[in-house]
Structure formats: structure tokens, C-alpha cells
Design a protein around this ligand. Structure first.
Ligand code: R5P
Length: 287
């Protein structure tokens, strides 16, 4: 097996290669003056199962091109199989036609990855698509739930309530709360635009300590709304855990003003405390 990583996922790639006793290579990316990319692997992929690891966000469209080109190199030079581990898989929030004549992006972006034999995506945004293989037969998702449970168990000893900021979050907050044996509250959210949301008031008793968990923190508006709700209901100590810290437009400042902010390292950022390498290793050991 040859693990091939881009710069942003270098740490994860090296750790996965170490744990699996696999070879490791960096993917060299050169920018041509006209804005095109030229890529190279630093090791021979011939007869290897090549696992390309990328966090496909932050200059997302460039990252898509890099990933597609990297798979092409592996194929052209005789790789036995080509896998993708997307620590962040993009465009999954655009999973329906939201308005007349608009793009159903998740469907067409996934098609761009058809050169991969297997796609493993860490907690992709699954809302109207319930499983990755409904969207593409080679794709599957792996969950960070157990990593988050372990992290919470180690860090937080006092009683707390787990809060999900919208109905989609029930798919992770409910199993996490049940593994921790804690009360869970799930809010109802209406999205008014890509930067505006509204959450319905709840009449629930929150404990003094509240841990809010969301899959993506993008503008931070969803978490800001949930934080306000929790504070209004008497919560004093607030923690926000985001699986993917996309963190645009000062989202981290918005969230960390009222709470401690923690993310996984699917997208490198200074709040990343939960390492996802173990679940990648587990998934790659399966086949
Ligand atoms: C939405 O459906 C997701 O689960 C997240 O709640 C959302 O993407 C967060 O976005 P933002 O941080 O911009 O509110």
C-alpha cells in the first residue's frame, strides 16, 4: 500500500502509513503561470494500492482538480487500485435543487471522482442523501462519533447536556449522547440563506454545562444561534465541537467568544484537537 498525501493532510497521511506499515509519499503540486496545475508523486505507484488523502475544501475547486489528477497519475503508472480518503468531502450540502434551474452540485461533483475504486469520506454532510453509496456505489462514509465520545470522556467529567443545533444533527448527537449516557436536546433550524438561520425556541431544562456538536462549522451562525439558545435556557459553560472546521468569515471568533471551540483535524486549523487518523486506519484495514 502506498499512502499519498497533499501538504495539508501530511500529518494524517504519515500517521496512517506508520500505523499500517505502508509506504508514504508526498504529492508534489506545481502551479503553471497560466493557473494550471502539474502534479507528481515522489514514489512509484506500480502494483500498489494507492490511497490518496486530501481535505477537499479551502480553494475547494482547485483541490478537486488536484485530487482527480493525482488519481490519474496512479492509474497511468500501474497502481493496482486507487482509493481516496477525503477527510472533508465537498459540495455535499448542495444535495437538492434549492431553486428553479439551479445546480444539483453534490451529484455532479461526485461523478468527477469516478476514477477511484473506493472513496472513503469522513462524516460527509448527509442530509437528503442518507448514505454515500446512494450517491455513488464506490463511496462510503466513516464516522468520528467514537473519537468524539472518547475525547469528551477524557476532557469533561462534570454533568452536561449534549445539544444538536438542527434536526440533521440528531444522526450524530443522539448516538454520541447515548454512548455517554447523557441527555440530548436537538433544536429545529430554518435556513433563510447561506449566512442566515433561525432556530425555534425550546422549553427544555439544560444542565449548567452544555456541549454542542455539529458536523460543519462554516460561517458559525448555526452554532451562534444554538449558543444563544443554551445561554437563554440557563447554561453557563459552553463547549462547541465541530467535526469539520471550515471556519469562514471569522466563524471561529464568533463561536469562541461564548464557548470553547474544538474541532477534528479533517481540515487543519488551530482548534483541531481530535485526530482522525485512527478511523482511517481502521477503514483501510477492512479491505
Ligand atoms: C447544516 O445543515 C450543517 O449541518 C451545519 O449546521 C451547517 O453547515 C453550519 O453552517 P454555518 O456554520 O454556516 O451555520
Amino acid at each position: 500500500m502506498l499512502i499519498a498525501s497533499f501538504t495539508e493532510t501530511r500529518k494524517i497521511g504519515m500517521e496512517v502509513a506508520r500505523a499500517l506499515k505502508a509506504k508514504y509519499t508526498e504529492i508534489f503540486v506545481e502551479d503553471f503561470p497560466d493557473g494550471e496545475y502539474h502534479l507528481a508523486l515522489k514514489k512509484n505507484p506500480k502494483n500498489e494500492r494507492v490511497v490518496i488523502i486530501n481535505s477537499i475544501i479551502n480553494e475547494v475547486d482547485n483541490k478537486i482538480i488536484e485530487t482527480v489528477l493525482a488519481a490519474g497519475i496512479a492509474r497511468d503508472y500501474g497502481a493496482k487500485e486507487v482509493f481516496l480518503v477525503a477527510t472533508y468531502f465537498p459540495y455535499m450540502r448542495q444535495d437538492k435543487h434549492f431553486m428553479k434551474y439551479d445546480s444539483l452540485s453534490s451529484k455532479y461533483i461526485l461523478k468527477l471522482f469516478s476514477n477511484f475504486d473506493r472513496i472513503i469520506a469522513i462524516d460527509p454532510h448527509l442530509h437528503r442523501i442518507h448514505k454515500m453509496n446512494e450517491a455513488s456505489k464506490n463511496a462510503e462514509s466513516i464516522s468520528t462519533n467514537d473519537l468524539i465520545v472518547d475525547y469528551i470522556k477524557k476532557r469533561f467529567k462534570k454533568d452536561f447536556t449534549i445539544l444538536g443545533p438542527d434536526s440533521e444533527s440528531a444522526q450524530w448527537v443522539s448516538p454520541i449522547a447515548s454512548k455517554l449516557g447523557k441527555k440530548v436536546i436537538v433544536l429545529e433550524k430554518t435556513r433563510l440563506s447561506s449566512t442566515h438561520i433561525k432556530q425555534k425556541k425550546v422549553n427544555e431544562k439544560f444542565s449548567k454545562n452544555v456541549i454542542i456538536i455539529d458536523d460543519i462549522i462554516s460561517t458559525g451562525k448555526t452554532l451562534a444561534g444554538a449558543l444563544k439558545m443554551a445561554k437563554d435556557q440557563g447554561a453557563k459553560n459552553l463547549i462547541c465541537i465541530g467535526i469539520h472546521g471550515v471556519l469562514v468569515n471569522g466563524a471561529d471568533k464568533l463561536v469562541s467568544k461564548y464557548s470553547e471551540l474544538i474541532t477534528t483535524n479533517t481540515i487543519p486549523n488551530k482548534y483541531a484537537k481530535i485526530d482522525v487518523s485512527p478511523i482511517i486506519v481502521k477503514a483501510l484495514r477492512k479491505k
